[in-house]
Design a protein around this ligand. Structure first.
Ligand code: 13P
Length: 339
């Protein structure tokens, strides 16, 4: 592997004022998103939607990389340019989701383990040829009655570490994503406790699998209250608890940390990121975004599956990208966003 290439990719992913746009929804998930705007999910509609996200003029000011799904990395723009090439022309790096999804974990009701290690070495070599610079693997940790179990956390972080090691061997920067879900009525304190335990287990496993931390990006949930918890932590609490949790678990040599939005509203996800960067620091790593829904939801609603709405949808996306770019520098103004 080329260390220099990994260095450059990792550093560019979290360049000042920039973050990642996640557009790697699997077939069932993109179907749900398109259903929400009464648009049938076909190869044509998925390509058209991803085209507007990928070719958005000006997006490269705030976006360092985009995470694609397997189908998308094989598709092209309307004028026939492969998406990865269209991104490269804009100075945006191509990322690829390489896990094959979270499946029921045997012997652990209500818990999941992410699959996709079989044949991964060969798939990574192919993705590299198709232009991928970084890859993503998402593990899902659910909070509930008596869960997560140690077995679930260990199975997931082991897979994350095996994946990360294979990525680095292939000259691809791994984005390791352990997501503690917001689903449920758990307290913000419990989210902290579970995220802390997961991250401690993850970095221990990355060490055991000889993963170079200098060439790994962490993608993680913020410390938030469960969606159905009657008491919701405010912006300052979320920012303070998230920073505290990361400082207690993430080695300083990591080149950067990015957050998933996980079901937060577009504005809240931006406010939380901004509060962390505006209030705390200097921190050992840049903190930025790798949002899916919090960047795409307003854009998808503006598009409605209609060609005549493409420009409007792109403007809406650009606005959210700009807001989050500012939040990654602690310079976001929530009042002007709302205006
Ligand atoms: P959300 O921001 O919608 O949570 O998606 C980010 C992502 O890539 C989840 O794996």
């Amino acid at each position: 592997m080329s260390i220099k290439e990994l260095d450059q990719t990792a550093e560019a992913m979290v360049a000042a004022g920039k973050g990642i746009l996640a557009i790697d929804e699997s077939a069932p998930t993109i179907k749900n998103r398109l259903d929400s705007i009464n648009t049938e999910s076909t190869e044509t509609s998925r390509r058209a939607y991803r085209d507007l996200l990928i070719t958005n003029p000006g997006g490269n000011e705030y976006i360092s990389g985009m995470i694609l799904f397997d189908e998308t990395i094989r598709q092209s723009t309307a004028d026939g340019t492969p998406f990865a090439e269209a991104l490269e022309k804009q100075g945006i790096m191509t990322g690829i989701k390489v896990d094959t999804g979270a499946k029921e974990l045997a012997g652990h009701p209500g818990e999941k383990v992410t699959e996709g290690l079989d044949g991964l070495r060969d798939r990574l070599a192919e993705y590299k040829k198709l232009g991928a610079k970084f890859a993503k693997w998402r593990a899902v940790i659910t909070i509930g009655e008596g869960i997560p179990s140690l077995g679930c956390i260990e199975a997931n972080v082991h897979a994350l570490a095996r994946y990360a090691s294979l990525c680095q061997e292939a000259g691809i920067v791994p984005m390791v994503e352990p997501e503690v879900l917001m689903d449920g009525d758990h307290s913000v304190e419990l989210c902290y406790e579970v995220t802390e335990a997961t991250l401690k287990a993850l970095f221990n496993e990355l060490y055991k699998q000889s993963v170079s931390l200098e060439h790994t990006i962490l993608k993680v949930n913020m410390i938030v209250s469960g969606k159905d918890c009657s008491e919701q932590a405010d912006v300052d609490d979320v920012a303070g608890l998230t920073i505290n949790c990361l400082l207690n678990t993430v080695p300083a040599s990591l080149p950067g940390i990015v957050f998933l939005s996980g079901g937060q509203s577009a504005e809240k996800a931006t406010e939380h990121l901004n509060a962390m960067n505006a209030t705390y620091g200097p921190l050992p790593w840049p903190l930025s975004f790798s949002y899916g829904r919090a960047l795409q939801a307003p854009c998808l609603a503006a598009w409605q599956g209609k060609e005549e709405n493409v420009e409007k949808a792109q403007a809406v996306l650009l606005h959210r990208e700009k807001c989050n770019g500012e939040a990654s520098l602690g310079k976001y103004d929530a009042a002007s966003d709302a205006a």
